[in-house]
Design a protein around this ligand. Structure first.
Ligand code: TRP
Length: 369
C-alpha cells in the first residue's frame, strides 16, 4: 500500500492508514453529535465513506457555542474531472447546506505544474477553469462559495504562505512528504500554498474562524504543517474529515484515476461510453451465471455494488435489497451494472446540462486578486 498526496496504489488498509497518519475514526457518539447539529444524517457518514477526522469534536464544540465554521477543500487540475473527484464535493455541498457554511475551494494549477512531469502551466491553468465548471454544476451557493485558481489569486495567498513557510523546516517537510535532494524546489515550497487556505477565512475576516476540510485521506499529510504552526500564528488548527477512495472500474485495489481512462468515468462521458465502461467493470460475481446463481457474489469487491453503496444509491433499504440479492445469487452482476449505469447516466445528463450553464456563472464564484 502506498498513500501520499501524489500517489495512491495497492490495497488500501484504512485502519492502518488512520494509525500511520494519526487521525481518529468517527465514533458512534461523534457521528450522533454531527447528525444532531446537521439536523439529519448522510449516507456517506453512516456507510463510513467519511470515516476519519481530526478535531471534528472540537469543531462541534465551537459550533454548539454559536461559532460559525468555514469549509475548505480543493482540486488538483491534472486532468478532466471524474466521479471519484465528485464524491467528496457532493458531501461538501451537504455540509454547506446543513451548516450554512462558507466554502473556500482551491484549484492548484501551480501544484500540478511543479509536481507532475510533462504538464505545462498553461495546460494546468486551462484544466483548472474547466474543472471549476464541475464544481459549480454541483449547485454550491454562489453567495457562500469562493473558488480560486492559485496562479490568479496568489497575491492574497502568498502572504499567508510566507508565514507558513518561514515556520516550516526542511526537516519537517521531508518527514511529512518524503522529499529528497532530487525534489524540485517548487515542490518543496508548495505545501505552504495548500496550507494557506486553512487560514484564509480568518485572514479575510480579521477574526478567528474555525475551518473544516472535507477531503480524501491522502490529503491529510498537508494538514499536519498548518496544524503544527497554527498556534504560533494565532490561528485555530484546521479540522478535517476524511473519505475513502472510490475504486477504479478495474477493482477495489485501485482508486479512480485520470491517468487510466479505462478505469475512470469522466463527468463529460456520453451515455454509451458510460454503459460500456460499466459493463467492463470488475465483478464480484461467479465466473459463470450457473456458479453465480449457486454461490452468489461478493458486493464488497464488486465495483458496481460499491459505486451504488458509496455514491449512487442513498436509499438504505434499496442498497440492502440489492446486496442481499447479489450475495444470494438472485441478482447477477449484469443486472447490478444495469442499475448503476441508469443511475450514473441520469446523474451525468443533468450534470452536463448544469456544467454548460456554469460557463455563464464563473464570475459569481471566482475569487481573484
Ligand atoms: N492537492 C490536492 C490535489 O492534488 C488539491 C487540493 C488543494 C485540496 N487544497 C485542497 C484537496 C484541500 C482537498 C482539500 O487534488
Amino acid at each position: 500500500m502506498r498513500v501520499t498526496p501524489w500517489e495512491v496504489s495497492g490495497h488500501i488498509d484504512y485502519d492502518r492508514l488512520t494509525k500511520e497518519f494519526g487521525t481518529s475514526r468517527i465514533t458512534k457518539p461523534l457521528l450522533g453529535r454531527l447528525e444532531k447539529a446537521a439536523g439529519e444524517s448522510h449516507f456517506m457518514l453512516t456507510r463510513k465513506v467519511f470515516f476519519s477526522h481530526r478535531d471534528l469534536d472540537w469543531l462541534l464544540d465551537r459550533y454548539e457555542r454559536g461559532e460559525q465554521f468555514a469549509l475548505y477543500t480543493g482540486r488538483g487540475p491534472s486532468g478532466d474531472t471524474h466521479l471519484g473527484h465528485l464524491l467528496p464535493w457532493v458531501f461538501t455541498k451537504w455540509l454547506q447546506d446543513r451548516f450554512d457554511a462558507e466554502l473556500y475551494f482551491q484549484i492548484t494549477d501551480d501544484e500540478k505544474f511543479v509536481v507532475k512531469e510533462g504538464l505545462e502551466l498553461g495546460e494546468t491553468t486551462r484544466l483548472a477553469y474547466d474543472n471549476v465548471l464541475d464544481i459549480i454544476a454541483l449547485g454550491f451557493d454562489p453567495n457562500k462559495t469562493f473558488i480560486f485558481v492559485d496562479t490568479d489569486y496568489i497575491r492574497s495567498l502568498y502572504k499567508i504562505a510566507l508565514e507558513v513557510a518561514k515556520r516550516t523546516t526542511f526537516s519537517t517537510a521531508k518527514a511529512v512528504f518524503g522529499f529528497d535532494n532530487s525534489t524540485n524546489i517548487g515542490t518543496t515550497f508548495w505545501p505552504a500554498i495548500q496550507a494557506a487556505p486553512c487560514f484564509l477565512p480568518s485572514y479575510l475576516k480579521k477574526m478567528n474562524v474555525p475551518v473544516l476540510i472535507p477531503a480524501a485521506i491522502d490529503q491529510d499529510p498537508y494538514w499536519r504543517i498548518p496544524r503544527d504552526i497554527a498556534p504560533r500564528l494565532g490561528y485555530y488548527k484546521p479540522a478535517a474529515i476524511h473519505n475513502t477512495f472510490l475504486p477504479g472500474l478495474q477493482g477495489s485495489d485501485s482508486k479512480m484515476s485520470s491517468s487510466k481512462p479505462e478505469s475512470t468515468i469522466f463527468t463529460t462521458d456520453k451515455p454509451d461510453d458510460v454503459k460500456k465502461k460499466i459493463q467492463r467493470a470488475f465483478s464480484g460475481g461467479g465466473a459463470t451465471m450457473k456458479e453465480h446463481r449457486e454461490k452468489g457474489g461478493n458486493p464488497d469487491t464488486d465495483v458496481a455494488c460499491q459505486y451504488l453503496y458509496q455514491m449512487f444509491e442513498p436509499d438504505d433499504k434499496k442498497i440492502k435489497d440489492i446486496f442481499d440479492d447479489y450475495r444470494s445469487g438472485a441478482v447477477s452482476t449484469g443486472e447490478v451494472k444495469d442499475i448503476l449505469a441508469k443511475k450514473v447516466i441520469a446523474f451525468l445528463t443533468e450534470h452536463q446540462k448544469k456544467r454548460e450553464e456554469a460557463k455563464k456563472k464563473l464570475d459569481k464564484f471566482m475569487l481573484k486578486d
